[in-house]
Design a protein around this ligand. Sequence first.
Ligand code: CP
Ligand code: NVA
Length: 306
Amino acid sequence: MEKDLLCVLDLTREEILDLFELTFRLKERWKTKGTENLFPGRTLGMLFNKPSTRTRVSFHAAMVQLGGSCVYLTSQDTQLCRNETVEDTARVLSRYVDVLAVRTYDQKVLEAMAKAATVPVINALTDRYHPCQGLSDVFTILEKRGTLDGLKAAWVGDGNNVAHSWIHAAARLGFELNLACPEGYDPDPMIMEYAVKANPGIRLVRDPVEAVEGCDVISTDVWVSMGQDEEKEARMARMRPYQVNPSLVSRAADSAMVLHCLPAHRGQEITADYLDKPDSVIWDQAENKMHLHKALLVRLLGGQLD
Ligand code: CP
Ligand code: NVA
């Protein structure tokens, strides 16, 4: 495995499948045995420049469940707010912590930090990618469905950071992925071009019904991502026809799985039905982030389960 996880393409297909297998094991062991004693005295540093509920807490819990500890930082409470460079920050933090998870805006800032850091750096979301999310979402599909063979998935709404990581996951794992995004909100064409060459089963369409027709999984995300608040009105207007609701889901395969990486806005990108129904998988999807993060920490830091 490479030193860092900056996007899903940093992993080979085999590495992703190995990560999923380890995620299953760690989830099972957590439920039956509890905390592992893999990382005593080791620290995960988290530098987050955007809000987070799930990624922050699930990384923290993941490290604690493996026997390690965490320190949470933002630009505002470090010397970054007084113009210390991200490179110097990464160099120094590498002397104190064993691995860094970074949530920031610009993927290039993350790349600069990873280059300067001597410890592994994990992308905990940038404007461009959210690899841990894409991976744990596909893990959830595997867990619920038992296999990725024959999987037909649809992404409906904004062609954003999470969509980019789903596209990368589909490129590596070879499942069918239809994306329906309004004009002007497509995924990055360069990401699409690479992915479609690797997997011709990845398609971009305009019509959400065409995208979900016969699919086993439908996933969506917010219409306005962090940092896009100024575009809110325009985005809401353009995305309206892309709501995941019973009428759209009825066009998918019977008992299709509806996923959302959360946070959700009921009545915007998704109706309450898929969050509030008793058998919603979205809450397992959120939990699985923690187990996937544990697997990632084990593979990046090394360590053998007994
Ligand atoms: N899905 C996700 O990354 O959620 P948070 O922004 O709460 O971390
Ligand atoms: N696309 C969203 C994902 C939040 C987890 C954002 O970047 O805000």
